[in-house]
Design a binder for this molecule. Structure first.
Ligand code: HEM
Length: 132
């Protein structure tokens, strides 16, 4: 079997982000936040999140957002739950594993788990998630 490629090109990050949010949109725990509550404009969100990961993982400038205030605004109305952070990370990891493997693939998974844990502690109203 041909080994999966590593996640080291912006086009691959864009593909990961598209696949991940396709699954988020269909998820019983996450869909209510993204679709029903935030009514996300996907044409803006997908390029933004691609830029976020390209900056973090590949060092490519272009992301100028701030997740914590956005998350806090939503969570202060309907608190983010630990099981939602856990599901977010589970879906993200599984989407990476289906398409990519290597040092960058491992690194984005580690970062996602770490950021989710930190967000669960700093986002207003959120229920802390221990990463399990
Ligand atoms: C319970 C888990 C999470 C939920 C329900 C969630 C939900 C959302 C929603 C609905 C938005 C759009 C807000 C808006 O535009 O008004 C958003 C933005 C964002 N989220 Fe999350 N998120 C979660 C976890 C994470 C994690 C773990 C990361 C990073 C690893 C992340 C990164 C971002 C970024 C970069 C933005 C864009 C911020 C900006 O527009 O400046 N999120 N999130």
């Amino acid at each position: 079997m041909t080994p999966l490629p590593d996640l080291d090109q912006p086009e691959q990050i864009a593909e990961l982000v598209a696949k991940f949010y396709e699954r988020v949109r269909e998820d019983d725990l996450l869909r209510p936040v993204f679709v029903d509550q935030a009514n996300i404009n996907w044409d803006e969100h997908l390029p933004k999140l691609t830029a976020f990961w390209c900056k973090l993982e590949l060092g490519i400038p272009g992301f100028h957002g701030a997740p914590t205030p956005k998350h806090s605004a939503l969570s202060s109305i309907e608190p983010f739950r630990a099981e939602q952070f856990s599901r977010w990370v589970e879906l993200f990891h599984d989407t990476v594993d289906r398409g990519w493997q290597g040092p960058h693939a491992d690194s984005v998974k580690d970062r996602a788990r770490m950021i989710a844990q930190v967000q669960s502690r700093v986002v207003r109203g959120a229920e802390p998630w221990d990463g399990a």
